[in-house]
Design a protein around this ligand. Structure first.
Ligand code: DAH
Length: 357
């Protein structure tokens, strides 16, 4: 290898001509250039000496030195472009991104939102009991959200749910709403499927409510089973088993009579308080019980939508708030946490995705 600095002053023109094409690196080439053509370089030094020569000799020597200078500068430029091309080639091959390398496992990967986790767990518990997914749209007609669920036009219970009405186009004959409940799934199913069936509908619902315990958009799970011989006792057993599977342990349950326009009879399911196990605490307001589900035998006016009657093919239905079920299972104290996107809160839930091996 040619180390230039320090001994190039001994390098004559022909040695320099040999050394330049062999300069191994851009840095070595630059060293050579400085030592030959730089301010204190050997060629430069000889040019400075010209003045001491007599005019004849000066002319001849000057011409020779200038030729050498030009030749060396050209040789350096040529070597430089060779070395630069090699350097570029080296970088292109060593810095190429290898798309087949595994992804870094230290990248923060996403997790499912706790409400998504809750909806998956609810669906898994119901699936194990024979329920399959059914569909109802989020933008629904007033007819499917209310009327066909036995809430005719001026039914007072319509006012229990603060409804978002969608401004209709003049040519639309129907009134559209954002569904206030997943119960529209009942009507959609009754119109499309013949019994026996067990269906669940899980998804978004909307109400004009916003305070500590209400958000204008939330989630519900709806379930309906219609089959010859279905009884209120079947409903009680299945709902209790659903809660046992969802919460992962058995809590006492009780049924309390309750009015829903689409049920007859209707009830609410209370569950032994998951926080104090029935002793009475702040969450259950000292009662030891938490209200978790609305349910009942499907009203004959609703069954009639599918051309059915309760004497031949009775059924039951139920509905519950996903947020409430999730808060109770995970001990989340404030509904708004689900919607405020705090990383520290969200990271506690769900499976960490498996990093690529
Ligand atoms: N749709 C009701 C609500 O939003 C909940 C409900 C009650 C659903 C009773 C049902 C039922 O299917 O049978 O409050």
């Amino acid at each position: 290898m040619i180390r230039t600095q320090g001994y190039t002053q001994f390098m004559d023109f022909s040695q320099a001509q040999q050394a330049i094409p062999q300069a191994p690196t851009l840095a070595a080439l630059e060293d050579l250039r400085v030592s030959l053509l730089g301010l204190n370089g050997s060629i430069t030094a000889q040019l400075k000496e010209l003045g001491k020569l007599d005019p004849e000799a000066r002319k001849a020597k000057g011409a020779e030195l200038n030729q050498q200078k030009t030749a060396l500068a050209e040789a350096i430029a040529a070597r430089k472009s060779v070395l630069e091309a090699a350097e570029l080639e080296r970088r292109l091959s060593t810095e190429r991104v290898d798309m087949t390398l595994p992804a870094s496992s230290v990248l923060p990967l996403g997790k499912l939102h706790p409400l998504s986790v809750a909806m998956e767990e609810i669906a898994a518990a119901l699936k194990a009991l024979g329920f399959v997914h059914a569909y109802g749209p989020e933008t629904e007609t007033d007819d499917y959200n209310f009327t066909k669920l036995n809430l005719p036009a001026h039914h007072p219970a319509r006012q229990d749910q603060d409804t978002f009405y969608l401004t209709p186009w003049a040519e639309l004959k129907e009134t559209y709403v954002l569904r206030t409940q997943t119960s529209n799934v009942q009507i959609r199913t009754l119109e499309a499927v013949a019994p026996p069936f067990r269906v669940m509908g899980i998804g978004r619902v909307f109400r004009r409510d916003y305070d500590l315990t209400h958000t204008p958009q939330f989630h519900q799970v709806e379930g309906m089973m219609v089959e010859e011989g279905t009884t209120f006792a079947n409903m009680a057993a299945i709902l209790s088993e659903f809660l046992r599977r969802y919460f992962g342990q058995q809590f006492k349950t009780r049924l309390r009579p309750h009015y829903f326009p689409f049920t007859e009879p209707g009830a609410e399911v209370d569950m032994e308080c998951v926080f104090c196990h029935g002793k009475g605490c702040k969450v259950c307001k000292g009662t030891g019980w938490l209200e978790v589900l609305g349910c009942g035998m499907v009203h004959r006016n609703v069954l009639a939508v599918g051309g059915l009657n309760p004497e031949q093919t009775p059924g039951f239905a139920f509905g519950a708030g996903v947020e409430r079920l999730a808060m109770l299972k995970y001990g989340v104290p404030d509904l708004r946490l689900f919607y405020e996107s705090h990383g520290q809160f969200l990271r506690q839930f769900g499976q960490a995705p498996v990093a690529a091996a």
